[in-house]
Design a protein around this ligand. Structure first.
Ligand SMILES: NC(=O)c1ccc[n+]([C@@H]2O[C@H](COP(=O)([O-])OP(=O)(O)OC[C@H]3O[C@@H](n4cnc5c(N)ncnc54)[C@H](O)[C@@H]3O)[C@@H](O)[C@H]2O)c1
Ligand SMILES: O=C(O)C1=N[C@H](C(=O)O)CCC1
Length: 250
């Protein structure tokens, strides 16, 4: 059986370098390109890449995806910075290239995907829900893509269940003290040397709290998800948002 021809964009970055190693080690894949900032995207075409793993920056991701989709190269995207406007633009590009697949995974680790699922399930049963994400201080965006997605899922679950607004008597607050408001869910971002990627979802009800916590301790935690995404995206045209769609979660 022929090997899946995979390229990595952002290959010298923290997660990109780990992805290069993971693709090289995967028996069913061939690493055909490992591109960094300033490298020619035409290399993807020249090397016959079938899938590009996009792990760059919010400033670079759209240009890279525009090129990939126009050339019918499937993409697995871990880069953050997704807004409704960006998603609509990407959907527009994909409509012009209906056989091409793009997976955007706010988080590739199974624990983080499960954290989101558990938080979504628990959210309607508690009066209060807040998200705290904690990352290394080299991270350029806040809040994290994972925390934003988690808060959106929580908010949607609460809206569907008819949950009332969260109790909060705050009248005066320093800017930022109550975190960022993501669809009504407060999200707090911590940046601390020594950390990699961590998240807590705090839920509170009368006389009880529930804390759901996930810790990524090494970039290897993201690799099974990256490889799964690359294998599945080639047969999944259009936009898939969230690795959970490629997992058989009950
Ligand atoms: N989805 C996930 O599970 C997951 C996990 C970890 C990181 N991330 C995200 O992945 C992205 C990268 O994270 P990081 O910690 O590796 O950052 P990083 O800064 O270490 O790496 C980014 C790399 O991309 C390169 N780059 C920038 N523009 C480029 C371009 N146009 N073409 C090719 N390379 C380019 C940079 O030079 C750098 O080497 C961030 O958005 C981060 O939030 C996602
Ligand atoms: O290290 C990062 O940067 C990470 N970014 C993603 C996010 O913003 O959610 C995933 C976790 C690691």
């Amino acid at each position: 059986m022929s090997k899946l021809r995979v390229a990595v964009l952002g290959a010298k970055g923290r997660i990109g370098a780990e992805a290069v190693r993971a693709v090289e080690s995967a028996e069913d894949m061939e690493l055909v390109a490992a591109l960094g900032r300033g490298d020619r995207l035409e290399t993807l075409v020249d090397t016959g890449a079938q899938v590009a793993v996009e792990l760059t920056t919010p400033a670079s991701v759209m240009g890279n995806l525009d090129f990939c989709v126009r050339h019918g190269i499937h993409a697995v995207v871990g880069t953050t910075g997704w807004t409704d406007e960006r998603l609509a633009q990407l959907r527009g590009w994909l409509a012009q290239s209906p056989e091409t697949g793009v997976l955007i995974a706010p988080n590739f680790s199974i624990g983080a995907v499960l954290t989101m699922k558990f938080a979504e399930a628990a959210a309607p049963y508690f009066e209060s829900v807040e998200v705290i994400e904690l990352h290394h201080p080299n991270k350029v965006d806040a809040p994290s893509g994972t925390a934003t997605r988690t808060a959106q899922l929580i908010a949607a679950a609460r809206q569907k269940a008819g949950s009332p607004p969260q109790p909060d008597a705050t009248v005066t607050a320093l800017d930022g003290a109550r975190g960022a408001d993501v669809d009504g869910v407060p999200v707090h971002a911590v940046r601390l040397r020594g950390l990699l990627a961590h998240q807590e979802v705090l839920l509170g009800g009368e006389g009880e709290t529930l804390t759901i916590r996930h810790d990524s301790l090494h970039h290897s935690s993201f690799m099974p998800g990256v490889l799964l995404g690359a294998r599945r995206v080639v047969t999944t045209p259009g936009l898939t948002f969230g690795l959970e769609h490629f997992l058989d979660l009950k």
